[in-house]
Design a protein around this ligand. Structure first.
Ligand code: PSU
Ligand code: MN
Length: 307
C-alpha cells in the first residue's frame, strides 16, 4: 500500500538540500476561508514562498495517500483540496490513509507530523489552534499544541485566534517545552490583531537569528518544534475592539447550536467573517502570505548554512 507520496519538485529540492516550506491545506479549503478567498490565499502563499527562493509543499490526503507537494499540473489536485470539507488532525491520519479517504485537508497537527516525516524543517500557517475558552470544562485543547511539541519543525504563524484562551495557550506551550519566538514583536499576536497584551518569552529580529536558534535546538538534541509568531501586517490588521464583540457573538452562537470538537474552529471563522462584513478576510490573507514569506526566508537561511 502506498501511503505517502512526495511530489517530484519537493523530492528534488530535498535531495539537493534546497529550502522547502510545508503548507497546511485546511486554511485553503472551504473550512478555512470562503471561496474565492481560499484560492487567492493559496496563490499568494505559493508565490510568496517561491519569491524567496523556496519550494512550497502543500500537505493533504488524496485517495488515501498522504501527499506532500501536489504535482497535478492540471490543477485537479489543487481543486479537490480547495473544495475539501474533511478536516484531519494528526490522530485522523491513520484512519484517512487506512480507509482510502478521497479528500482530507490537514490541520497544523497533521501537517507538522507529515512534514517532519518527509524531512521538511519549516512550515507556514495562518494561526495555530490552542486552548479554547472554557477548556476547564470542555477539555478542548487543540492537538496542534502537542504536535508542535512532538515534531522537529519550525512553524511560522500569526499567533492564535483571539477566540481562544491565549494566556492558557501560552502556558500550555511552556508546559510542552515549545520555544515561542516573537518576530520583531514583544507581544504574542492574536491573528487578525497585532497585539494581545501578552508578552512572548523571546523576541528575535529576523529570519537569520531564527535559523541560528533552530540549529542550536538541533545541536542540543531537542526533538520538539519551535513556534515563530509573526504579527499580521499593519495595513491589514484589525483593532481588538473591532473583533472582540464579534468573537463573543460567534462563541455564543456556537454554544447555542451545540457545536463542539473539530467543528468549532470552522464555525467560528465563518461566523466572524459574516459578523465583520468580511473584514477578517483581507487580514487573514495578508497574514498567511506574510507567514509564507518569513518561513521561506528561514528555510533558505537554514539550507544555506547546512551546505
Ligand atoms: N486558523 C485559521 N484557519 C483555519 C485554522 C486555523 O485561520 O482553518 C485551522 C488550522 O488547520 C488549525 C485548526 O490547525 O484550525 C485547529 O483546529 P482545532 O481547534 O479543532 O484543533
Ligand atoms: Mn479541538
Amino acid at each position: 500500500m502506498r501511503t505517502i507520496h512526495i511530489s517530484d519538485e519537493v523530492t528534488d529540492a530535498l535531495g539537493d538540500g534546497r529550502a522547502v516550506v510545508a503548507l497546511e491545506s485546511t486554511i485553503f479549503s472551504s473550512l478555512g476561508l470562503p471561496a474565492p478567498h481560499n484560492e487567492d490565499a493559496l496563490r499568494r502563499c505559493d508565490a510568496a514562498v517561491r519569491a524567496r527562493g523556496a519550494v512550497p509543499a502543500m500537505v493533504a490526503v488524496l485517495d488515501g495517500v498522504a501527499r506532500i507537494g501536489l504535482d497535478g499540473t492540471d490543477g485537479t489536485d489543487v481543486g479537490r483540496v480547495l473544495a475539501g470539507t474533511h478536516k484531519l488532525a494528526e490522530r485522523d491520519l491513520p484512519w484517512a490513509v487506512g480507509t482510502g479517504l478521497a479528500v482530507g485537508v490537514t490541520t497544523v497537527s497533521a501537517t507538522v507530523a507529515l512534514a517532519a516525516g518527509a524531512g521538511i524543517a519549516v512550515f507556514a500557517t495562518g494561526g495555530i489552534g490552542g486552548v479554547h475558552r472554557g477548556a476547564e470544562h470542555s477539555f478542548d485543547v487543540s492537538s496542534d499544541l502537542t504536535a508542535l511539541a512532538r515534531h522537529p519543525v519550525t512553524t511560522v504563524c500569526a499567533g492564535a485566534k483571539g477566540f481562544l484562551d491565549l494566556p492558557k495557550t501560552l502556558e500550555y506551550l511552556e508546559t510542552l517545552g515549545v520555544p515561542v519566538l516573537g518576530l520583531a514583536t514583544d507581544e504574542f499576536p492574536a491573528f487578525w490583531c497585532r497585539t494581545s497584551g501578552l508578552r512572548v518569552p523571546h523576541r528575535v529580529e529576523g529570519p537569520g537569528a531564527i535559523a541560528q536558534i533552530v540549529r542550536a535546538a538541533r545541536a542540543l538534541g531537542a526533538v520538539n518544534g519551535i513556534l515563530v509568531v509573526n504579527p499580521c501586517p499593519e495595513d491589514a490588521a484589525l483593532a481588538r475592539d473591532t473583533i472582540e464583540p464579534a468573537i463573543e457573538d460567534a462563541l455564543a452562537a456556537a454554544a447555542s447550536s451545540g457545536i463542539t470538537g473539530g467543528a468549532v474552529t470552522p464555525f467560528v471563522l465563518s461566523h466572524l467573517a459574516d459578523a465583520t462584513g468580511g473584514r477578517t478576510l483581507p487580514a487573514n490573507l495578508a497574514l498567511a502570505e506574510h507567514n509564507a514569506s518569513v518561513a521561506a526566508r528561514i528555510a533558505v537561511a537554514l539550507s544555506a548554512a547546512s551546505r
